[in-house]
Design a protein around this ligand. Sequence first.
Ligand code: SAH
Length: 479
Amino acid sequence: MARKQIKQPLPFFEKVAILDAGAEGKAVARVDNRVIFVPYAVPGDVVDLQVTGKKKSYYEARITAMHRPSPWRIDPVCRHFGLCGGCRWQNMDYSRQLHHKQKQVKESFDRIGKFDYPEIRPIIPSDPIYFYRNKLDYTFSNRKWHIDLRPEGETHIHSNGLGFHLPGRFDRVLDIEKCHLQADPSNDIRLKARKFALSEELSFYDVKTWEGLLRNLIIRNTTTGKWMVIMVFRDDDEEIIRKFMTHLQNNFPEITSLMYAINPKRNDDISNLEIRLFHGNPYLIEVLPAFHSGHPPLKFKIGPVSFFQTNARQAEKLYRVAAEFADFKGDELVYDLYSGTGTIACYIAPYVKKVVGLEYIPSAVTDAEENARLNGFNNTAFHSGDIAKIMNDDFFHANGPPGIIITDPPRAGMHEKVVRQILQARPAKIVYVSCNPATQARDIKILADHYRVTEVQPVDMFPHTQHVENVVVMEKSDE
Ligand code: SAH
């Protein structure tokens, strides 16, 4: 008979000081030279820690007792805090969140970069810090996750819920009563949708058996108060769908774009599905102030699957910083790398000779062309493809050498080939907009052979998360 291995109990540590804010929104402590990641701790706390996971070089632990709360610890506003993985820093004073974001930029640059840079400008805070998102994606589930507070003996009436996936759990959905991320009537739309579904006894999706009618509810809005709602059903049950959609339409006159899709697939991706219009327009128009106040505001068309920065007011500040750093004279050929739906290209088009955008999602390129048209620009051109492949010498030859390059890559940063091609093109200036200072530092390190960093400006787009955007301008340092 195989002998059972005796499991060592996981360590317990008393009165540990939480030192810093770390990766994935978890705070960091250190005991015996080993790093401990602690979710929902605030730097400055002194706590008891029960280790919950032991890895080669670090522990994961949870707080079991609080000895001294950090001076920056505050009560989270959200009743779902601690379960929902969404706003992990909500128990930290906002000014301290900003401090840690600023520090994240500096530490990434010092640790990874090893290049010279000027003093980092103070991070631009988000205003507002709640209800700042313009898009939320909710999931219907027939096995909602909840802590049952009902007295014993009472039976469960149902376990249908509508909310967010628990962090790392595709099969667990936290039913949401109130989310502080999107303005009114976002919560009301979700609550009414759920109530209607329950009263009509409609089936909520089961991720394990792939059954159930109701799958997703996507809510988008603009700074101008227009709303788009996309309901995703598993089956094309015409009568029920009409009833459901009519209920939303009658209750929410603010929904100017009411749409739905049928998704019989096993994954939730709707980007390749037909999105049907039930009522109103098949898109929203977002409006952002132009860089120069004398110019008309910019309009952006947002279709059901179009990308748009989720904190629009902060996006405008981010683009403003990028444009200020670029300091256009008017005769420049600018490349906008990772151009998405052309928001940066449109923002800068009036102030330059021409903008060439590069982006690999074809529908985003179509959106970008449409956005340029909508704003009356005829000095933009967008190319679809993987930048690492298409931005080669032939491309520079065909489109002209860029005087300025603006780049806004995803979290992974730029492919090294792209960085090398930028060096090859030798623009006078590079404006690097990043959502990950670590990969930004890695890329800048290569560029620093021929460029010097002249400005660094972090921007907060996502309060209560560890995420930070950072804009850097680099100028050619040799001839
Ligand atoms: N600048 C835009 C979008 C930035 S998001 C804005 O502010 O709205 C980054 C974009 O890079 C996404 O649209 C993504 O589709 C695109 N992308 C990612 N990897 C790419 C690659 N290798 N080649 C081209 N585009 C890429």
